[in-house]
Design a protein. Sequence first.
Length: 440
Amino acid sequence: MKKYILNLYLIFIDTIVLSGIFYITLYIRESLSLSSLIPEFGTIDFKDFSFVIFIILVLFYYEKIYTLRFDFWQDTRRVAKSLFIAYFMVLALLTLTKTSLEYSRLFITLYFALSIVFLPIIKRYSKKLIFKIPYFRKRYLIIGNDTQVNIFKKEFKDNWYLGMEYTVHEYDTVIISSDGISLEKVNEKISYYLEKHNEVYVVPFVNDINFSNSNIMEYSNIRHNTIQVENKLLDIKNIFIKNSFDYVVTFMILPFFTLIHIIISILIKKDSKGDIFFKQHRLGKDNKDFECYKYRTMYTENQDELLKEYLKIHPDEIDYYKTYHKYKNDPRITKIGRILRSTSLDELPQLINILKGEMSLVGPRPYMINEKEKLGSSKHFILKVKPGITGMWQVSGRNNLTFKERKELEVWYIKNWSLWTDFIILIKTVKVVLLKVGAK
């Protein structure tokens, strides 16, 4: 029963939001009509527009937004996909029924643009409200080794958007992690729990592949399925899409970069002697090194002496460097340098590397030349793509990650790349920079 009540609640909220956006769009469009540059607008009645809201809700249901519990980003992607399809369906219907002249294309476009912004935000807060009520939280039993159980327990506790909680009593459904369990045992557990519940979730033991973006092929004659796994960043089409995205976003940022660059350059020159830019050879795509640009954040004089004296007083920093490949409090960093590093503004000049075709907005960390051998077997993946200004490593802990953990994240990113993943990482990077999470 609670499943249907929750569905009705979510549908009701979306209906209210979509209706509210209609009136907001109406107000904006009528305000624009006051300008001589915009054609006069014939007001649309809400009753006549309701078919658009109906189409959107049907597509949401088709995308299982109301029936499955996705995390925020997966939910938002499905909302965006549904709105994108609905937009073109509405335009096609208006054209085919010859009613397009009665509607403003600007109004339709503005309505969907506002929906794609407001719907995910409202959904986030409405779910936070409803999942505060224990009755609507879905209870899961997790079968697996202690590591897997703890991973899911932590996720359910931290990610309130899912509305899930771990329990060993009176559970609604079961998650079976196949890691370390034989195939025969997994099949037994699936059969056992399906007798009691109408659904069971299975976690495949291949944990560095995102199967949500894979195609499942059915071979009905032999009752077998295959899962297509791709290295998407080796596909020419995907490389073109990613490069185009990089250049478009970079050119949009350039005017702001120019203004910030002037201010930072003055501050660097006033703070200490030396060049504005720091250039260092880094490992790039196809194992070719390139000159990576950053703002200079260190003193140019007596660097070795400063570090030597510091390590004498703080010998624990030597072990820290071996693990994280950085010092916690490097004495060679200038005052303005610490600010630039803590805000990640020191990496802004890498936009030049993007324009030169040497880097990407999102990608693996640009490793130093002497770190090549430390990459081990991961280098065959990491050095096949352009390094990025930001990446999985930056939004997942940054300096709090070990060198090994960074490599694992970057290999995962390359194997499971999508433009949506890049978009999420860019959004999360803004949060990391503003909150200074893991920055040093």
